[in-house]
Ligand binder design. Structure first.
Ligand SMILES: NC(=O)c1ccc[n+]([C@@H]2O[C@H](COP(=O)([O-])OP(=O)(O)OC[C@H]3O[C@@H](n4cnc5c(N)ncnc54)[C@H](O)[C@@H]3O)[C@@H](O)[C@H]2O)c1
Length: 333
């Protein structure tokens, strides 16, 4: 039976990947320091509670699981404004610790690494689409930590017997369709999270920015169901050894862009309580957004997303309704 180490496997995406692995007959071993992850998301799974930079812990994990086939590295901090306020903390958490982790992995004979990267590294093009060869233009310390890690892994893969696949996620929504896990935060700040909050509080949803160069003036994103993201990792594990280079990057999105106004229209269609809208100006640091061309993911992973945005909204709402019962009181960290 194939076994994978999932660093950050108690978080939103990592725990969903662990579920997708289990459903595919792959055994996940989780390494997580629970800085934002949830112990509840690791129930019944092999778990090591600790830091990716802790070499002794990583050595023990590999000694106890010498048959680990690959490592999926989702561990990191992800809040853009926090990265602006605390760049030292973010570079340490996302870059320094990733470097230490890689050294621990090399020492333990790891040959395959899948890295959670982000579409936040791209400069949007005129037509608002990007592919893996589009220009990199990072706009925040968070995005730069991702770009730096990708470059660092490519350098390491060129010199060491380690191959690296960077998966650049677009905008994950939804929850595990079987409701094992979902977003642990009570007040997510992305558009769908703010819509759910507006609905729950009976407040209008505020569209920030209505003068972007999109079809209706609101920002555009490529919303991808988190379960589809997770199954892409299973596909990547299956096809890892046929990837073209020692370091490869693949975008994970649906291939279509959705504006904030369109997302709200879909939300109000799915939700039993529609929300009204209030328009406001752009916030500092906002971006028009982008969506991906999906050719490389289809070609190299033989993967394509299965869920549409409506399913993502439905699963997010379903999860939001049960989240507080599943997670203990300190959940909103
Ligand atoms: N959520 C998004 O919108 C998004 C988009 C693009 C890329 N990503 C990337 O996907 C990955 C997972 O994101 P997420 O949304 O699941 O976030 P998350 O905060 O839910 O998960 C991150 C997990 O990593 C753990 N962690 C952090 N630092 C650690 C360390 N030093 N040692 C061990 N564990 C540590 C946390 O406890 C948490 O469980 C991140 O690398 C993020 O940059 C996320």
């Amino acid at each position: 039976m194939v076994k994978v180490l999932i660093a950050g496997g108690a978080g939103y995406i990592g725990s969903t990947i662990a579920s997708a692995c289990l459903d595919a007959g792959i055994v996940p071993v989780i390494l997580d320091n629970l800085v934002t992850g949830r112990r509840e998301f690791t129930a019944g799974r092999a778990v090591y509670e600790g830091d990716i930079a802790d070499g002794l812990l990583v050595d023990r994990l590999f000694a106890e699981h010498p048959d680990i086939y690959a490592v999926i590295h989702c561990a990191g901090l992800i809040v853009v404004p926090d990265s602006v306020a605390d760049p030292v903390g973010y570079y340490r958490a996302n870059v320094t610790k990733s470097l230490d982790f890689t050294a621990h992995l090399l020492r333990n004979g790891c040959r395959r690494l899948i890295f959670s990267s982000s579409a936040a590294i791209y400069r949007a093009s005129e037509d608002l689409t990007v592919d893996e060869d589009s220009a990199i233009e990072t706009q925040s310390p968070y995005a730069r930590t991702k770009a730096v890690c990708e470059a660092m892994f490519a350098d390491i893969a060129a010199a060491e017997p380690l191959r690296v696949l960077s998966l650049r996620y677009f905008n994950p929504i939804g929850a595990d369709p079987k409701m094992r896990t979902g977003l642990q935060r009570q007040r997510p700040t992305h558009a769908l999270g703010r819509m759910i909050h507006a609905r729950d509080e009976g407040l209008p949803f505020v569209i920030t920015g209505t003068d972007w160069p999109t079809r209706d003036g609101t920002g555009i994103r490529d919303y991808i169901h988190v379960w589809d993201l997770a199954t892409a990792h299973v596909a990547a594990l299956t096809r890892f050894d046929s990837l073209p280079g020692p370091a490869t990057a693949i975008n994970l999105g649906t291939g279509s862009g959705t504006t904030v106004r369109e997302l709200l229209g879909m939300f109000n269609h799915v939700s039993d309580r529609p929300v009204s809208v209030r328009e406001a100006g752009r916030r500092p640091g906002d971006k028009v957004g982008a969506y991906t061309r999906t050719d490389r993911a289809a070609r190299l992973l033989a993967w394509q997303p299965q869920y549409d945005i409506t399913a993502g909204i439905r699963h997010s709402l379903e999860w939001a309704a049960m989240r507080d019962d599943l997670l203990s009181a300190d959940a909103d960290r």
